[in-house]
Design a protein around this ligand. Structure first.
Ligand code: NDP
Length: 404
């Protein structure tokens, strides 16, 4: 029996709130707050109609710590789930420290003026969280999130030592638009237009955006061009998986997406600095985000599947070993269950499971934690029953694949 405060009412939140409502034995009281209260009310009324669960709603500007503190003191939740944007991570963490309430999010902090994707500022709050006697669980989405848990599961249960990890993220969904992003457009485009980076033998190596590509045969989907990107879970996995020699992250993109993105970049529409237009200051990427389809609206029209997983290589009992742990998710199945497409679904479900781990004290501690810091088994068990079943395939340890 716990009370949670969820902040943010976009595509991912819709799924997380619904999944919490479906697990009402654990999440007995849910309060949903966001910048635009009407979006919270819409989600709440859908859930009332479908599941007969009452959700209270509130308005909050999560950039404003005193406002957050007032709301948290009023609600008195056991946990705050931050499903707004990465820009709000630090303010919500500060409000949790001031009020002594546990914290969870799905993406690492980003400053609006620099697309950096690093945990530094959130990890720096470890002592304050410890002192307040509370815990923060960072990155409880799919990637980061489930991918960290897949690696932790392999480390704890399948290998003696892990040496190589490739995280492989494929969205083979088709929404029928010429160009749209499947989660918040601003955050998505900042991520994929940045330089790539991978880690090998203690060093980070930077690449041009989309410089390296490989063809990967995704189970249940087929062969897709997969590009090397930087992704935030690598930063914590490098610290936490002992024996690691290399970690990379690949994501699939179709030619049309890449051509649109290059064109938008070439004309300056991905810029995150202000430009003046007729005396009005505009950030081009923010304007573009307003023009693109709202990812939360893609649910009814997206067909196809996602497949996200980790290829992990290392040793067990003195033998080389390689496994592929992955989940496949169908956009329309997700839509029928939650009204959202699979990218929101694969993020919102693990957000709920992470919260469940905390509230049931299966994962507990004082300080700031990443997903791989805990026993992976209870989380993996929940994935199987909450809509994200996974598979482990044994691979030939001698098989190599080419990245060009
Ligand atoms: P959306 O843009 O659909 O939703 C964001 C929500 O946050 C909106 O309701 C928005 O309000 C609200 N919000 C923004 N700023 C504030 C503020 N200052 N105060 C209060 N509320 C605010 O995003 P998504 O649902 O697509 O993504 C949510 C989060 O999930 C993001 O952090 C994203 O990076 C993360 N994510 C993580 C993934 C993973 O696998 N780990 C994958 C995909 C997403 P308003 O309606 O007023 O704009």
């Amino acid at each position: 029996m716990s009370k949670i405060l969820i902040i943010g009412a976009g595509g991912v939140s819709r799924v997380a709130v619904k999944k919490c409502a479906m697990n009402s034995k654990v999440f007995s009281e849910i309060i949903l707050a966001s910048r635009t209260k009407s979006k919270c009310d819409l989600i709440a009324s859908e859930i009332k109609d479908e599941l007969h669960v009452e959700i209270k709603t509130a308005q909050v500007d999560a950039n404003n710590v005193p406002e957050l503190v007032t709301l948290i003191k009023e609600v008195k939740p056991d946990l705050v789930m931050n499903i707004a944007l990465p820009y709000q991570d630090l303010t919500i963490m500060d409000a949790c420290i001031q009020t002594g309430v546990d914290y969870l999010d799905t993406a690492n902090y980003e400053h609006p003026d620099t697309a950096k994707f690093e945990y530094k500022e959130q990890w720096a709050k470890n002592e304050e969280f410890k002192k307040a006697g509370i815990m923060a669980l960072l990155g409880s989405g799919f990637d980061p999130g489930v991918t960290n848990v897949f690696c932790a599961y392999a480390d704890q249960y399948l290998f003696d030592e892990i040496n190589y990890i490739d995280i492989l993220d494929c969205n083979a969904g088709d929404h029928g638009y010429a160009f749209a992003t499947n989660f918040n457009p601003e955050i998505n485009l900042r991520e994929v237009s940045s330089n790539g980076r991978y880690w090998q033998e203690g060093m980070w190596y930077e690449t041009q955006p989309m410089e390296y590509m490989m063809k990967w045969d995704y189970p249940e989907i087929g062969v897709k061009d997969s590009y090397l990107l930087y992704h935030e879970e690598m930063e914590s996995l490098v610290k936490n998986i002992k024996g690691l020699k290399r970690i990379r992250f690949f994501m699939t993109f179709g030619q049309s997406y890449l051509t649109h993105m290059k064109c938008l970049e070439n004309v300056g529409m991905l810029r995150i600095d202000e430009v003046e237009v007729n005396g009005v200051k505009v950030v081009p990427l923010e304007l573009l985000a307003k023009l693109l389809p709202d990812p939360a609206s893609l649910g009814p029209r997206t067909v196809g599947q996602t497949n996200i997983g980790c290829v992990i290589e290392g040793t067990k009992d003195g033998q080389r070993k390689k496994v592929y742990i992955y989940n496949t998710c169908d956009h329309q199945t997700c839509y029928k269950e939650t009204g959202a497409q699979a990218v929101s679904y694969t993020t919102g479900v693990p957000a709920m499971i992470g919260a469940k781990m905390l509230l049931e004290s299966k994962w507990k501690g004082k300080g700031v934690f990443n997903m791989e810091n805990f026993d992976a088994k209870p989380f993996m068990d929940e994935l199987s029953v909450q809509g994200l079943p996974w598979k482990v395939i044994q691979m030939d340890a001698d098989e190599t694949y080419e990245v060009k």
